[in-house]
Design a protein around this ligand. Structure first.
Ligand code: SF4
Length: 250
């Protein structure tokens, strides 16, 4: 089912140190589909026409040079490999037309071997590709036994061979501030940029630990991360959070 979501946002300097445009596209569905915290994989369609129709409309909002932006971050309800090829083409055409020179694609580690094909495809138009991986945590037990991310025994070094940005998630029962601190330290050591998502409860998923989240927002760690230009913090439950892509349409 294709949800009614905020699918485009211009992220200016008041929101992030990296000015960019964000789009949330509709995929054909996540073939992994097992991550315990994930309900956004339901935002999909098995119809290429349906995906393309929505995605074309979302991409038509990209402004590029008009707003002084040369970076487009693409997220979808699965991995970049699970967008229709026609949509991938629209992305490239949009970049060309709007003066976008860097495209960021997000996906699961299992698709790492396909990255080079995407790099080549965008490079044909002089567009650089950055790959972002949903890691969630480097705590192997939480990542694999609880979250079912599906890449056991994979280290930060392994991931960094293919991906230069990562997602970290915080706020599930069992997660601690000290683990987040370790995740961030590892993330900053091996990767260029970290997106931290504050966990939102999903049906049949892990419980949200509101106390841990409150403790995070009151911590020195939060103040430090907020000031770090290599980090963005996303929180769907925080009305004041500036990152709006993926939220329900008001
Ligand atoms: S790989 Fe991504 S889209 Fe698929 S289930 Fe996991 S988090 Fe959700």
């Amino acid at each position: 089912m294709i949800y009614d979501l905020v699918r485009y946002q211009f992220v200016d300097e008041s929101i992030s140190s990296m000015k960019r445009e964000n789009v949330l596209l509709v995929s054909l569905g996540c073939s992994w589909g097992k991550c315990a915290f994930c309900d956004y994989q339901d935002d999909k369609s098995s119809s290429v026409l349906a995906c393309d129709t929505v995605n074309k409309k979302v991409l038509s909002q990209v402004k590029g040079r008009e707003v002084g932006s040369s970076i487009l971050e693409v997220t979808c309800s699965a991995s970049y490999t699970e967008l229709p090829f026609t949509t991938i083409n629209y992305i490239r055409e949009t970049c060309k037309e709007k003066g976008i020179t860097t495209v960021i694609l997000e996906g699961h580690y299992i698709y790492r071997d396909t990255n080079r094909f995407f790099t080549d495809f965008f490079e044909q138009y002089g567009i650089k590709t950055i790959f972002r991986c949903g890691v969630e945590t480097f705590d192997e037990h939480i990542r694999e036994d609880i979250l079912h991310k599906g890449f056991p025994n994979v280290t930060a070094e392994d991931i960094a061979k293919y991906f230069s940005w990562i997602n970290i998630m915080f706020g599930m029962e069992g997660q601690t501030l000290s683990q987040l601190e370790k995740d961030v330290a590892t993330g900053l050591k091996f990767f260029d940029r970290i997106n931290i998502s504050i966990y939102t409860t999903v049906k049949n998923g892990p419980a949200r630990d509101s106390k841990a989240i409150e403790a995070f927002y009151n911590s020195d760690l939060y103040k430090e991360l907020k000031e770090n230009p290599a980090i963005d913090i996303y929180d769907e439950w925080d009305e004041d959070n500036a990152h709006k892509v993926g939220h329900d349409e008001p």
